[in-house]
Design a protein around this ligand. Structure first.
Ligand code: SAM
Length: 224
């Protein structure tokens, strides 16, 4: 898994923009809205990849805040660091495994994960770790692709993921990575179940669906 992300790091940003028609920036902004962060906050972005969500967080915690952005792919981190130059607050891109975050309990005002939770080897463990490191009353936000259930989008979506995305992957020279993508989305729990799983980790959760039901944004507030 880690090797696959190392391999795709070089063309990850371009593929994101192609596959979402550039809409992913708006979804990230909404995710950060839901994180309810403020200037001066110290926040964490888990599975940060090339760092887009971390940089969106940086804009919102300025001035005076700080962003820690963690990933277990060194190639992704290298690219993220190059993009982070000139951010309005310090952004530290560092290696960490989401299954065992190297941070203290309650260290952060918020923790986010964008298009990463579906890759966690153990989803509940990842959610528990994110919850643990935010302070009581802090936010855990999960931005993820989800499977729409109603036509016409459900039909379009099946065609897109089962036929178009694997072809894009082949053209990009990495068919394995881009057949993994639809598989990982299908395996991931639907929005209602994800909300329940987050609740089980100690969060009060609400969620919204956008992009015609293809994108789910879950926001949890840590209890106690
Ligand atoms: C699809 S990318 C998403 C990147 C970024 N958050 C975004 O919004 O574009 C998934 C990322 O999750 C990372 N990842 C997956 N499992 C992880 C884990 N257990 N710990 C840390 N990073 C992980 C991968 O290395 C990859 O960079």
């Amino acid at each position: 898994m880690r090797a696959m992300f190392d391999r795709i790091a070089g063309f990850y940003d371009v593929m994101n923009s192609v596959m979402t028609a550039g809409l992913h920036h708006g979804w990230r902004r909404r995710a950060v809205d839901l994180a309810r962060v403020a200037p001066g906050d110290r926040v964490l972005d888990v599975a940060t990849g090339t760092g887009d969500l971390a940089l969106e967080l940086a804009a919102r915690v300025a001035p005076g805040g700080e962003v820690i952005a963690a990933d277990f792919s060194e190639e992704m981190l290298t690219r993220a660091r190059a993009k982070g130059v000139g951010a309005p607050v310090p952004v530290t891109f560092e290696w960490a495994n989401a299954m065992a975050l190297p941070y203290a309990d309650g260290e952060f005002a918020a923790a986010t994960v964008g298009f990463g939770a579906r890759n966690f080897a153990d989803l509940d463990q990842g959610l528990r770790e994110m919850t643990r490191v935010v302070r009581p009353g802090g936010s855990v936000v999960v931005l993820e692709i989800t499977t729409p259930t109603r036509p016409p989008l459900s039909t379009f979506y099946r065609q897109w993921f089962d036929r178009v995305v694997p072809v894009i992957g082949k053209l990009a020279g990495d068919p394995e990575a881009y057949s993994y993508l639809p598989d990982s989305v299908k395996r991931f729990p639907g929005p209602h179940e994800l909300a329940a799983r987050m609740d089980g980790c100690g969060l009060n959760v609400s969620y919204i669906l956008t992009a015609g039901g293809i994108i789910a944004l879950h926001a949890g507030t840590r209890r106690g």
